[in-house]
Design a protein around this ligand. Structure first.
Ligand code: ZN
Ligand code: ZN
Length: 406
């Protein structure tokens, strides 16, 4: 009988030795009896999500984990963010992530407009009412975030950002980074869009009220992360499998949407440190019967990685560990536990360090590894693999792969 597959992706799990932890990584320092017992029952290794030394984003990382070559399909983050908040995308369209920001005396003084919580729906309405040169869609997301989609087949995605990425600087003029004509058109449009947003938003009642209350007005839209919608072949077509995904953050949901996986919403799965890990585990149990593959992203470990907070990372890893025994209820399943990239607390950003990988299931060649960690897993039977190979390895184990040759 063919088995099923769960890919449990602990976002940003990998780390580096930390002086305060006496040279251990947060994962090594955490008390993880359940992860360790899975490592003991499993075959282990380390994994370069894209390739050694290449620093993955969560988007390119998940593309690789699903077997897509990010170098082939990725032009920018915009389209994944757009798909993740449910925008309908068509190949060729150019998508941007946007911030509502605060412009004062020609300078961006707050890139998040004070993390504006209310009124962005009204501000977005005003933006949507703009008369613009091409068809566009603009949708507000959580807090200061929004997504812009330019719908014109003559546009190219290779443009620089309007967002200066730093406060106290004027906005930048977008340019076509490779000089192609299609992208030059996009750059011109996006410069105009940012300028027009100032006209529309500056006098808006939502902003007048914010200023009265001493809050920074959300008086400009800063687009960045341009990308054209990738024409991903659905996983079903590529691998002949029914797949589903659970992910708290729109970016990862977007990758899964574009691969035409079923995206399951789990109440309480926030993508933050407050996420309900138990509810996520229950959702795996509830949905695994209908799917050959479930990809489950738990965002938590990435956040303290970015903040450089090793204790918070340890605490969150221990919470994940505590929720794992629920998965004992499922059988005939191969479970892979790994990450999409390392987010070392010493780096406060993603890094190219390889990730620990454990695969458990009935017919794995159990090795001598007895704990789940960056260094312990490196001694395991899988050796060092690439993330783009992981799905193939799992499909083979689960007897869902096809023979190459006769
Ligand atoms: Zn990530
Ligand atoms: Zn991150």
């Amino acid at each position: 009988m063919a088995d099923r597959i769960v890919m449990l992706i602990l976002d940003g799990i990998g780390d580096r030795p930390v002086v305060e932890l006496h040279g251990r990584t947060p994962l090594e320092a955490a008390r993880t009896p359940n992860l360790d017992s899975l490592a003991k029952k499993g075959v282990n290794g380390i994994m370069d999500t894209i390739k050694p030394g290449v620093i993955p984003g969560s988007d390119t990382g998940h593309l690789a984990l699903l077997g897509y070559d990010p170098y082939e399909v990725y032009t920018g983050r915009g389209p994944f963010e757009a798909a993740g908040i449910g925008m309908e995308l068509r190949p060729g369209e150019v998508a941007f992530r946007c911030n509502f920001a605060t412009l004062k005396d020609g300078k961006v003084v707050d890139r998040r407009a004070g993390r504006i919580k209310q009124g962005t729906d009204e501000l977005a309405d005003a933006i949507r009412g703009m008369e613009f040169d091409v068809d566009f869609e603009f949708i507000e997301s959580v807090e200061h975030r929004a997504v812009l989609l330019l719908k014109d087949p003559t546009l190219g995605p290779y443009v620089s950002d309007v967002d200066p990425h730093e406060e106290g600087l004027p906005i930048l003029r977008s340019e076509a980074v490779e000089g192609d004509e299609a992208s030059q058109r996009t750059a011109g449009l996006i410069n105009k869009f940012a300028e027009m947003s100032v006209d529309v938003l500056s006098e808006h009642p939502v902003n007048s009220k914010r200023e009265e209350n001493g809050l920074p007005p959300a008086n400009i839209i800063l687009p960045r992360g341009a990308g054209s919608v990738p024409d991903l072949k659905p996983l079903k077509e590529l691998k002949g499998i029914n797949s589903a995904a659970i992910a708290g953050i729109p970016l990862v949901r977007g990758v899964c949407e574009l691969a035409e996986m079923e995206v399951i919403q789990v109440e309480g799965a926030t993508g933050g440190l407050d996420t309900d890990i138990g509810a996520i585990m229950e959702a795996i149990i509830d949905n695994i019967d209908d799917h050959d593959l479930m990809l489950v992203n738990i965002k938590g470990p990435d956040l303290p990685g970015h903040d450089g907070d090793h204790q918070q990372k340890i605490d969150f890893i221990q919470r994940i560990d505590g929720a794992l025994p629920i998965l004992d209820q499922i059988d005939d399943t191969y479970i892979a536990i790994t990450g999409d990239h390392s987010t070392p607390v010493t780096v406060k950003n993603h890094s190219g360090d390889p990730l620990p990988l454990t695969i458990c299931g009935e017919e794995v060649r159990v090795d001598d590894v007895d704990s789940y960690g960056e260094r312990s897993c490196a001694k395991g039977g899988l050796g060092r693999i690439k993330g783009t190979d992981l799905l193939n390895v799992l499909l083979d184990l689960a007897k869902k792969a096809e023979k190459f040759g006769a």
